[in-house]
Structures are given as C-alpha cells and as structure tokens.
Write a protein that binds this ligand. Structure first.
Ligand code: XUL
Ligand code: CO
Length: 437
C-alpha cells in the first residue's frame, strides 16, 4: 500500500527545473572525477528524524503525523514505519539507512520483550532490504533517552545501569550484524557531566573504554567485520561531553587501544558546537586515517544548539566534499541526521528536505571537484612548504638535523626573510570564481 500518495519517484531534471519534487544537481549517473555521483555520495536516511520525530520541542507537542495509518506505539506502527521508510528511500533513490534500537520498535518495560520485538522487526526490515536492495549503513543503541541513563551509560555511576547499556549494545550489535550494517556507532550523548563536584572523570572515561572494548570483542566474536564509530559532540544534552571533538576522540581511542577498530562519524553541527568548522573536524579525522562517515546537517549561526538543519549552505558542503575527495572518499556514507523545521510538518516536506540536502551535497561535490581539477589551490599549498624540499628544510624532514646545527644555521643567516604571504584572499577568490563564475 502506497503511503506517500501523490509523491512520485524523484528524478534529476537539472538546475533550470522549477519543479519542487525533482533533483536540480544530484544526478546519480553523472561522473565526477572518474566516479558516478551515487558512489561519491552514499546517502542514508536517519530513521529517528525522518520516520519517528514529530516536531516535539520544549515549548510544544508534535505537529507532524508520523502514524502512517497505524495505531501509534504498537508493533503495527513499527511495521508501518518500516513500510514508510522503505517507500521514502526508494522514491528518493537513497541506498542506506541508520537506526537506533528504539527507533525501530517501541521500547517495552522489560528488556526481554524489547529484544523480542527487535527480532520481529528486523526480520521484517530484512525482507524489505532484500526486495529493494537498500542497505544498512550503521546501527546504534540509544543509551540516552531512557531515564536509567540520566547519568550516562558506560559512564554511569551505577553498575546495574552499565549492565543495561551492555545488554542494549549487545542486542543492537546483533541486529546491526543481522542487517549487514557497515558500522556500529557510539554517540555518547550523556557520557559527560554537569559538575565535577560529583564526577570522577578518569573512572568514567575508563568505564566507557571498557564498554567499547567489550563491544569490539563481542562484535568480532559474532562475525561483525565492520567499523565501530564514535560520533563526537561537545555538549547537549550534558554540559560537557567526553567525545568533545575529533581530536579529543582520537586521543581517547588511542589511549585505550581502540583505534584499530574505531573510526569517527563527523556531524557538521557537532563540529560547529565545538567551536570548529565542519571542515576542521573532517580534516583532523582524515589526516589520522579515521574519517569513517558523516552525519550531514548544519547548524545556525545565530543559535548555539544542535538545530540539525538540512544542509543548504553550499559553501560548507563544498568544503566538506573537498575534504572527502582529498581523503579518497568515505568508507561510510552521508547520513542525514537532520530534521525539517517544526512548521514544515507535511509528508511532502520530508521529501523537499531530502532533495535540498542531496542537492546541496551534490553541488558541493561538483564545486570541490572543480577546485581540485583547477589545481591553483593545490599548487599554492605545495609551494607554501617548498622550503622543506631541499637544503636545511629537507634535513629537518629527514630527521637528520640537530638543534645545535639549526641554531648555527640561524646564526649564519642573521635574520630570516618573512615566510611568504599566505595569500588567503587570493585563494578565497579562486574558490568563489570557481563556484559562481
Ligand atoms: C545527536 C546525534 C545522534 C547520533 C546518533 O546529536 O547526532 O542522533 O547521530 O545517536
Ligand atoms: Co548525529
């Protein structure tokens, strides 16, 4: 039974098209730098925002109807959500989805019953996956909504809560493996603190690492070969969260010997909450070999919280795709961890939002490829560090110079020349002319 009646399959029509339900830039077959767009941009649907969220906020109730013709909260509703999700992805040509355990079933009071429901729904999802060819990008356990996780999951002060976290991770891993998920994710929403007066940070961080180690050991024992991800975020819901940003998370993973099994899932709006650009956290992850996947969204310059907007700032998607192309692509994908604004409450808005997001990333890809193919930025960058290619610079790079030798070299020089202009404005105007010229 069709759920999104009146919404056709969304096709590429080109930038001149004025049809709302059409792609203007995302042309899956178009080859960019030797690869079709669909391979550069493995898009994923976020189950929670798209299929579950109704626009509830601190000031008012939900406004969007996500019942999909079923009684809300029952297993019948869970199945209707699967039907809706797959129809939605098919109509947009989206190849992947991401989910939390409690997105796909209503959580029961008893974990055994929740797990039974997860078995039932995952059978149903698997059937849909076989029919459509749609795949699972990653799964995760929601260890932040249920009241038991008020003080965190791995970082909870309660060993019993830690065990519930372990139980949820185990089951979510089972389901992710069953659905052939490429990765399993940890977003440490409440893994942080409100005050240091009641918090043993060292103990909590060690415990999070213990939980992650157990997850890796168990995952590998059941034949899960995918990556594990940490999704950094500095704050919200907690005042301070341990997975603050890419650099902090990489340090944590290395400290606890988790860096071989884990990569990072970088979310645009989380990077900006940490006081970085999205591009910065992508670069830090990529240069450490840890860029796994992306939660595609954007924040708002005027608001200091996680607004999870669909990406529309093409300058930012261009810089994102520039980093992704330079990194040789993603092993993961682009998960739209984004929601329509509360007043955009219709089913049609769900499609319009994904069209905006997919088109914005496609535009970003086209412009990023132009910047790389043009070559002026790369050439400038290479020349900027040219003093290390020969002479004393090369000796430094080769590890053959001593501090005394360099000091003697500096004495001889007397005074170095200025290091050369950074030419920032020249580079920015190249980017603008390639984007808008
Ligand atoms: C919250 C967030 C989560 C994770 C998955 O800010 O981004 O939805 O992506 O738990
Ligand atoms: Co996210």
């Amino acid at each position: 039974m069709e759920i999104f009646k009146g919404i056709p399959e969304i096709k590429y029509e080109g930038s001149q098209s004025k049809k709302p339900l059409a792609f203007k830039y995302y042309n899956p077959d178009k080859v960019v730098m030797g690869k079709p767009m669909r391979e550069h941009l493995p898009f994923a649907m976020a189950w929670w925002h798209n299929i579950c969220a109704t626009g509830v906020d601190m000031f008012g109730p939900g406004v969007a109807d996500k019942s999909f013709g079923a009684v809300e909260g029952a297993m019948e509703h869970a199945k209707a959500k699967v039907d809706a999700g797959f129809e939605f992805m098919q109509k947009l040509g989206i190849g992947y989805f991401c989910f939390h355990d409690v997105d796909i079933v209503p959580e029961a009071d008893d974990i055994k019953e929740t797990n039974r429901r997860l078995d039932e729904i995952s059978d149903y999802i698997l059937e849909k996956m076989k029919q459509t060819g749609i795949k699972c990008l990653w799964g995760t356990a929601n260890m932040f909504s249920n009241p038991r996780f008020m003080n965190g999951a791995g970082s909870s002060n309660s060993a019993d809560v830690f065990c519930f976290a372990a139980a949820q991770v185990k089951k979510a891993l089972d389901i992710t493996k069953k659905l052939g998920g490429k990765a399993f994710l940890f977003w440490g929403g409440r893994e942080g603190y409100e005050t240091l007066l009641n918090t043993d940070v060292k103990f909590e961080q060690e415990n999070i690492a213990r939980l992650m180690k157990m997850a890796v050991t168990y995952g590998r024992s059941i034949g899960f070969t995918g990556d594990f991800y940490i999704e950094p975020k500095p704050k919200e819901p907690m005042k301070h969260q341990y997975d603050y940003d890419a650099a902090t998370s990489i340090g944590f993973l290395r400290q606890y010997g988790l860096d071989q099994d884990f990569k990072l899932n970088i979310e645009a709006n989380h990077a900006t909450l940490a006081g970085h650009t999205f591009q910065h956290d992508l670069r830090i992850s990529a240069m450490n070999g840890m860029l796994g996947s992306i939660d595609a969204n954007q924040g708002d310059y005027l608001l200091g919280w996680d607004t999870d907007e669909f990406p529309f700032n093409v300058y930012e998607t261009t810089m994102c795709m520039y980093e992704v192309l330079k990194a040789g692509g993603l092993t993961g994908g682009f998960n739209f961890d984004a929601k329509t604004r509360r007043p955009s409450y219709t089913h049609e808005d769900m499609f319009l939002a994904y069209i905006l997001g997919m088109d914005s990333l496609a535009q970003g890809l086209l412009y990023a490829a132009k910047i790389i193919e043009d070559g002026r930025v790369d050439k400038f960058l290479a020349e900027r560090y040219a003093s290390y290619n020969t002479g004393i610079g090369k000796k430094i790079i080769d590890g053959k110079a001593t501090l005394e030798e360099l000091a003697a070299y500096a004495d001889e020089l007397g005074k170095p020349e200025l290091p050369g202009s950074g030419r920032q404005e020249y580079l920015e105007s190249i980017v603008n002319s390639l984007m808008f010229g």
